[in-house]
Design a protein around this ligand. Structure first.
Ligand code: SF4
Length: 232
């Protein structure tokens, strides 16, 4: 009798960027020997049962925007046992709650994505009333060094940081040095200047061998009331 292969369906319900939670989950399940199928879902119609959609061991879904909840709710109707997480569904869900222990990311879910992506820090010093970050992530904590985020050669030395408060982390100067070191070995000077966008926070520019990091809050002017600034 042939052993039964566990097959899990992973669904990204929104977002244009690679979904880090699903990448971690995929890496974890593959380490356990499970087969994975990954799909990006943009409408409830895409959830309807297809010809080969029976027999999933588990169905997982992630959404980051609350406006996507109708798709997640339809998913629950189709797959009552689906495990749904993400900020758009429940800010308190954590991969650790379902036993995921690895920090490894499965980039094979996004074979056309050439960059490396991750957080160097979590949390934020501010508490803007409309924002989920303070409630979801709390105070600023260190997450990963740049060398842990970059996936290494032969991948481009492009690191997309999703930090909300890069300069709020005590180790930000070390992270800047790591970024400079990463760029120092580049054989070509990026042109136009490479920009690493810190979502919701600021931007970094690398001009040849000169590196700048400027912080600005998206909802206030740099240097204006309520704004804090910093340069590296
Ligand atoms: S500065 Fe940005 S991340 Fe921090 S609380 Fe305000 S909106 Fe949220």
């Amino acid at each position: 009798m042939f052993p039964t292969v566990r097959r899990s369906l992973l669904l990204q319900l929104d977002g244009k960027l690679p979904n880090l939670a699903l990448m971690r989950l995929s890496a974890f399940l593959k380490q356990r020997g499970e087969a994975i199928e990954f799909r990006r879902i943009s409408s409830p119609l895409m959830l309807e049962h297809g010809l080969f959609d029976e027999g999933w061991t588990s169905v997982y879904a992630s959404l980051i925007f609350e406006r996507t909840r109708p798709i997640a709710e339809r998913l629950r109707q189709i797959y009552p046992g689906a495990i749904i997480g993400g900020t758009g569904w429940d800010r308190r869900t954590r991969l650790e709650q379902i036993g995921v222990t690895t920090q490894a990311l499965d980039y094979s879910l996004y074979p056309d994505y050439p960059h490396s992506i991750g957080f160097s820090q979590r949390g934020c010093r501010l508490r803007c009333p409309f924002c989920v970050v303070p409630d979801k992530e709390g105070r600023v904590t260190e997450e990963r060094a740049i060398e842990e985020i970059w996936r290494g050669d032969p991948y481009p030395r492009n690191v997309l940081l999703l930090d909300n408060d890069f300069l709020g982390a005590p180790q930000w100067r070390e992270r800047v040095e790591e970024l400079r070191a990463l760029c120092a070995n580049m054989t070509e000077t990026p042109a136009p200047p490479a920009i690493t966008d810190l979502s919701g926070g600021g931007e970094m520019r690398h001009h040849g061998r000169r590196f700048e990091a400027q912080w600005r809050f998206p909802h206030s002017r740099v240097g204006g009331p309520g704004a804090e600034g910093g340069r590296a």
